[in-house]
Design a protein around this ligand. Structure first.
Ligand code: ZN
Length: 468
């Protein structure tokens, strides 16, 4: 395996990989020839094997429901269970809304209530032994969880409807003029469209911050029904796709009907998954008799001017020299390349916002590496306890962040660091984001370690691109 020295990975990602990744169908590039000769630096982890699966799903959902803005907001969440009986939720977010604290408290109270109703009366739990009154109460709590999630979640749904509604209606008009498909399926799609129209009507004519419980109840009922009919539609997606293909031959602007439906339903499915989490007895260690404590981290904006001051000629020369070693073939830092890179850097903003999952990683690393003399009292209890190994994210991490987590998981000088931390990873296509910035991990040794391994990872992928 290559050893490439301690280059700063940030110019490589922002100035070289980002512009080149736009010529690729996916990043990292899938070069079969390369794969035969070089193994992947580290296999993608398998959450199932690590027993992280249950917590991971709900932490991703929790991150997604913490987004308050219609778009452009990203959230990462970690969960710590210190021995003093608290449950600490740390939320990292860009442009953090302070209402998120009240929101999490309200949601968590409902989740723990629902858990108690299902599991407190007897152990091991038997839901069927609940009294009619308890059962009614559990139904009310479920509804309350859905209300809490939907009340602000519909802001995002409203945005989805604004974006895709016109396309959706023109698709339906076109579809009504066709006759293929069986009557049952045609009725389901008609019903789903009617439901979407009704939902859109309510959310466009309501002040979502002040929406009454009665209206919210109607919305939730509609969403339940839409959810049920969508399941049937997803089963029949071959026929649906045929209709959409026909529609696209006459209409330039295509529509992904399934994608649109999924987006509309996401709020509802988040709510349902949270209810499921609260009913499951396996989450006793999280939901039973713990006091909630919420911490927020605002994503830092970093001035990246120092990256723009790097001598790109010599950085690029060293880069291609290293790639030559990896590939075993001549890689030319060819003429015209420096100009192309320079042109790209001119367009790039000089401030990078640290992505929320990296804010969490840096925060927890710094907490865990504090000197022991600071470990006392409530604060000490918190810092001594590591969070769950999995951090939730409202969407899959970008390429830079996913690779930083990988680099973090490599042990420094044979010494195991505080913990292995994981986030959801997509194995096929990772989005390369720029400007992208690396946070500080609190001390020089940690920073160097991350930079070193990250640079290595990025360079191998970049060499793959040039090996075509
Ligand atoms: Zn990222």
């Amino acid at each position: 395996m290559c050893t490439t020295g301690t280059g700063d990975p940030q110019p490589l990602l922002n100035f070289f990989i980002k512009p080149d990744s736009e010529y690729c169908r996916s990043w990292p590039p899938d070069n079969k020839d390369f794969r035969r000769r070089y193994r992947w630096p580290e296999p993608f982890h398998d959450l199932e094997n690590k027993g992280l699966n249950r917590a991971s799903t709900v932490l991703d959902v929790l991150s997604a429901v913490c987004n308050f803005k219609e778009y452009g907001q990203f959230t990462a969440v970690s969960l710590t269970l210190p021995p003093d009986g608290r449950v600490i939720i740390t939320i990292a977010q860009n442009g953090i809304n302070m209402e998120v604290i009240h929101f999490i408290h309200e949601l968590w109270a409902s989740l723990t209530n629902l858990f108690s109703l299902h599991h407190n009366t007897q152990w091991p739990p038997h839901a069927e032994k609940m009294s009619p009154m308890e059962r009614q109460e559990a139904r009310d709590q479920t509804k309350h969880i859905l209300f809490v999630v939907h009340r602000h979640g519909f802001r995002r749904a409203a945005h989805t409807f604004d974006k895709g509604w016109e396309e959706c209606t023109s698709f339906m008009k076109f579809w009504e003029s066709t006759t293929s498909g069986d009557t049952k399926l045609r009725n389901i799609i008609r019903r789903a469209f009617k439901l979407m129209a009704a939902i859109r009507n309510i959310i466009h004519n309501s002040d979502l911050d002040r929406i009454s419980d009665i209206r919210l109840n109607v919305l939730v009922e509609f969403m339940h029904e839409l959810y049920a009919s969508s399941e049937a539609l997803f089963r029949e997606r071959i026929t649906l796709n045929k209709w959409i293909d026909e529609f696209q031959t006459v209409n330039k602007d295509g529509i992904s009907f399934a994608h649109f439906l999924k987006e509309c339903l996401s709020v509802h499915s988040y709510g349902m998954r949270l209810c499921h989490f609260a009913r499951s007895c396996g989450n006793r260690h999280i939901l039973h008799e713990r006091t909630l404590y919420v911490k927020t981290l605002r994503c830092e904006a970093i001035n990246l001017q120092h990256l723009f001051d790097v001598d790109l000629d010599s950085y690029g020369y060293t880069l291609f020299d290293n790639m030559q070693r990896i590939l075993g073939q001549w890689q030319k830092w060819y003429s015209g390349y420096p100009e192309r890179i320079a042109k790209w850097t001119e367009k790039l903003e000089k401030t990078g916002i640290i992505h929320p999952e990296l804010m969490l990683l840096s925060h927890h690393h710094q907490q865990a590496t504090l000197p022991p003399r600071l470990f006392h009292g409530e604060y000490g209890c918190e810092t001594r306890t590591l969070p769950l190994e999995y951090f939730g994210t409202s969407k899959p991490p970008c390429y830079g962040c996913a690779m930083t987590f990988r680099a973090y998981r490599k042990k420094a000088n044979g010494k195991k660091w505080t913990s292995q931390f994981f986030v959801q990873e997509q194995t096929i296509h990772l989005k390369v984001c720029a400007p992208w910035a690396l946070p500080s991990f609190g001390d020089e040794a940690s920073d160097n370690h991350i930079r070193y391994h990250l640079f290595d990872q990025l360079l191998v992928d970049y060499a793959k691109f040039h090996a075509y």
